[in-house]
Design a protein around this ligand. Structure first.
Ligand code: ZN
Ligand code: ZN
Length: 260
């Protein structure tokens, strides 16, 4: 079917709004009329050094209404309201142990924009292939093809146009608190950035991990400024050894920083 999509043709070029041809949903896939889509920093990746063949349609925080379902899809029907999230195989060891974000095929399924076999479900007006499997959805379009596995049915009473960021930003921020870091009451928490991820982390910290959790929030400041503002001993709790952690460790009075 003919749909409109925001197509990235050159790394530094603006998106072009184009009429493109989208395939019918294949086995295990659904076609979704996109109602809302968040934008995440990851959507900028194809503008740099990336695995994605251009032209590409990005967008990985889509929400919408199921328009058609492919063969073998169960539990999702036309008319369902859905949120699209990242894709995973459901069969590898990580997926079987409920860690789909660490799926062995995560990179190919989410950060390339193609099917695993290199094909795509979208062509432009001239018949050229357009990468349209970004995070198993490519939701910067009026319609998107998603896999049933990365499609989540939601209540029709919810504001569908605002639900897209649940698929990445909210999942990432809240998941950092309750899952990856398993932040416990009594810990201090530093959140930088006021985007969907940071705000979701704060919501999770205050609502899921009890009110006793002390939350300090800042945004758009340098790390030095943040510490001058806070002015009290902090415990930084995070998983990776990113640069903010290194900076924390070099500061006086922060010797109890264990991880960041
Ligand atoms: Zn994202
Ligand atoms: Zn997997």
């Amino acid at each position: 079917m003919l749909v409109k999509a925001a197509v990235l043709r050159e790394p530094q070029a603006p998106y072009t709004i184009e009429d493109v041809e989208l395939d019918e949903p294949g086995p295990g896939q659904v076609r979704v009329r996109i109602v809302g889509a968040g934008i995440c920093h990851t959507d900028v990746v194809p503008r740099g050094v990336s695995l994605s063949p251009l032209p590409i349609v990005t967008g990985h925080e889509g929400s919408g209404v199921v328009d058609a379902v492919g063969e073998g899809v169960e539990g999702i029907a036309a008319g369902d309201h859905v949120v699209l999230t990242f894709d995973s195989c459901g069969e590898c060891e990580q997926c079987r142990e409920n860690h789909p974000a660490y799926c062995e095929t995560f990179l190919m399924r989410n950060l390339v924009g193609r099917e695993l076999d290199g094909t795509t479900c979208m062509h432009d007006a001239g018949g050229e292939e357009v990468s349209a499997r970004w995070f198993g959805q490519s939701s910067f379009a009026t319609f998107a093809i998603a896999n049933a596995r990365n499609t989540v049915v939601v209540d029709k009473d919810l504001p569908l146009d605002k639900l897209g960021p649940l698929g990445c930003g909210i999942l990432t921020g809240a998941g950092s608190i309750v899952s990856a870091m398993d932040v416990q009451p009594g810990r201090s928490l530093v959140v930088t950035g006021a985007g969907a991820v940071g705000l979701a982390a704060i919501m999770a910290a205050s609502e899921v991990r009890e009110k006793s959790l002390r939350v300090k929030f800042t945004s758009a400041l340098t790390w030095n400024q943040q510490f001058n503002i806070f002015g009290f001993p902090l415990k930084i709790t995070a998983r990776s050894t990113c640069s903010p952690a290194g900076r924390c460790r070099r500061l006086r009075g922060f010797r109890d920083v264990r991880q960041a």
